[in-house]
Structures are given as C-alpha cells and as structure tokens.
Ligand binder design. Structure first.
Ligand code: 8YV
Length: 303
C-alpha cells in the first residue's frame, strides 16, 4: 500500500496490518472483534472467512478499480459499505496499453536487447516489425478505461470496434455482441474486462484461432479472463502473432513457457503503477475511509 495511505491513517485510526503479521490467525483472534474499517486491494481482496472474523466491520475501502477479490454480495448481505478507486487510473491504464501495443508491434524489448548485446554492429540491422497505423483494434470492455484506450488508438490512426454484452448509446465505434466474431475481424484484441466468474477464461482457444496468425492479443484487465494454457499454445504454435500481458492467471507467478517465448511482451501488473496515479488511488482510499467514519457520504461507493 502507498506510504501516503499509511501516513494519512496515522491521524485518527488505530491500524493493524494483517498482511505484515507473522501470526495472522493470532492477530485476527486478538483484534478482529474490534475492527470497524478495512483497506484491501481489489484484486487480492479479502476472503469471506476473514470477514467472518470481523463482526463489527462497517466498511472496506479497496485500492483499485477491479474488485474481483471481494465478495460484494456477501458484503451487501452484512451491510458492509465497500468503496473502490475508479477513474483516477484511466489515463495510466490507457498509456500502458498503448505502450504494450507499440512494444509488441515494434519489438521494443527485443530491439533494446539486440542493441545492448552489440548485435547491431556485428550482425546488421535488427529487422522489420509491424505497425499499428491502419489496423483494427477490438476492445473487450469499453468502460472508462476502454474509452481512454479507444481514443488513443484513434490517435494512432487505428479503427476501433468493441465487444460488450450491450451496445452503448452515443459511442461512435461499431459494436460486437460476440467476442469470437470481433476476434475474427480485428488485428488487435485488447482486453480491459474485469475478473470474476462472468469473465473466467473468456479468451480461449476458439477466440485465439479467430484472431489468427496475424493477430495480437493484449491483456490489461485480469489474468483470469484468459485461458493461459490455451494462450501459450496459440503463441507457441504461432496461431496468433503475439501477446502483450500485464496480468496473469496466478500473479505474481508467470509461467515458464511464457518467459521462453519471443513473441510476447510481459509486464508485472504495472497498469496503474505511476507515482501520480498510485498517489491518487491512495488518496481516494483514505478519503473514502475518513468520509465513512466522519458520517459523511463516501466518494466512490460500490455498495
Ligand atoms: C491494482 C488493479 O489495484 O485497479 C485495479 O483493478 O488491478 C490495479 O490498479 C494494483 O495492482 C494494486 O496493487
């Protein structure tokens, strides 16, 4: 968690840090019954069996826009207020997405290695790469982050289409209600969808085959949305051209097979990880918490 959050909590809160505790069970037994507020990260979240040990819990202030690690229905059933940090990370997320796309198309990591290893002088120019200009990008999950990505793709002279269960009014991009149909029609398939049961392994072998040997897959949503084994197979067999991944099925572990592939660009879940954005996320986390305990409306509620 951001240092700014720790600093802000010094003022008016008694803080117990479960993730740092050597004996978590003992800490929960000792202080669980008196805990009224909790801070967590929406992806890692907090399990219901931990919530069960916090009978006086009134609110959870979650750090992140995704909240797949929190059982929202369970929180509602217990009357626990849950807040999250939407919007403040839209730009950072969109920037990393375009960065990953350019890195993948233009082989930036590989070309950097090539230059450092002195191969330019020894073996000649690196070789030719792909271009974003004029290509079609399909965005799966055209929410607040997806729309920022779409605008930036347009600035790169790409055609934008999107997949979502329902067509959005006043959105200028063609809509697909079928992911496989969109995958068939695009050069770039970008996932921004959240995790959870509804999106689990949505990007499977059928989708990768529809994307095809010239197609690129980018995942900045959640690793659980992709069938990682099917993705690795598609990459190994060159059934898709490449993938850029900021998220993985079982973070922080990244499958050995992915590390060996040259047609992937890997990033350790860095989407929102800029100084500015993480500060704003932390600020929202503490302001939500303080608002609740000051008896004021929280800023960004989920429940
Ligand atoms: C995490 C994210 O919050 O917002 C999300 O859903 O996945 C990230 O911004 C971040 O990784 C916190 O550690």
């Amino acid at each position: 968690m951001q240092q700014s959050v720790h600093d802000a909590l010094e003022d008016g809160f008694i803080v117990h840090r479960l993730h740092d505790a050597a004996d978590k069970d003992k800490l929960l037994a000792d202080v669980g019954p008196s805990i009224r507020g909790a801070i967590t990260n929406g992806g890692i979240g907090v399990r219901n069996d931990v919530l069960d040990r916090l009978p006086k819990l009134e609110m959870i202030s979650s750090f992140g826009v995704g909240y797949d690690g929190i059982d929202i229905d369970y929180c509602k059933s217990r009357g626990i207020k849950v807040t999250y940090t939407p919007n403040v990370l839209n730009d950072a997320m969109a920037e990393i997405t375009l960065g990953l796309m350019i890195a993948l198309a233009r082989h930036l990591p590989q070309a950097d290695r090539y230059t450092r290893e002195g191969k330019w002088a020894g073996s000649g120019p690196y070789g030719l790469t792909a271009e974003l200009t004029g290509k079609t990008v399909g965005i799966a999950g055209l929410g607040r982050v997806g729309k920022e990505i779409a605008q930036r793709c347009q600035a790169f002279k790409m055609q934008v289409v999107y997949f979502g269960r329902t067509r959005q009014d006043f959105v200028p991009y063609p809509h697909y209600g079928s992911l496989v149909e969109m995958a068939r029609d695009v050069d770039w398939l970008v996932n921004v969808m959240p995790g959870g049961a509804a999106t689990s392994k949505l990007f499977n072998a059928e989708i990768f085959d529809a994307l095809g040997p010239e197609g690129f897959f980018v995942n900045v949503g959640r690793g659980t949305t992709a069938d990682e084994a099917a993705l690795i197979e598609a990459l190994q067999q060159k059934r898709i051209a490449g993938a850029a991944l900021d998220v993985f099925e079982k973070e922080p572990s990244v499958p050995e097979a992915l590390l060996k592939l040259d047609n992937v660009v890997l990033s350790p879940h860095q989407g929102s990880a800029t100084t500015k954005t993480r500060w704003m996320m932390g600020d929202l986390v503490t302001r939500n918490l303080k608002a609740w305990f000051d008896g004021k409306p929280v800023l960004t509620p989920l429940t």
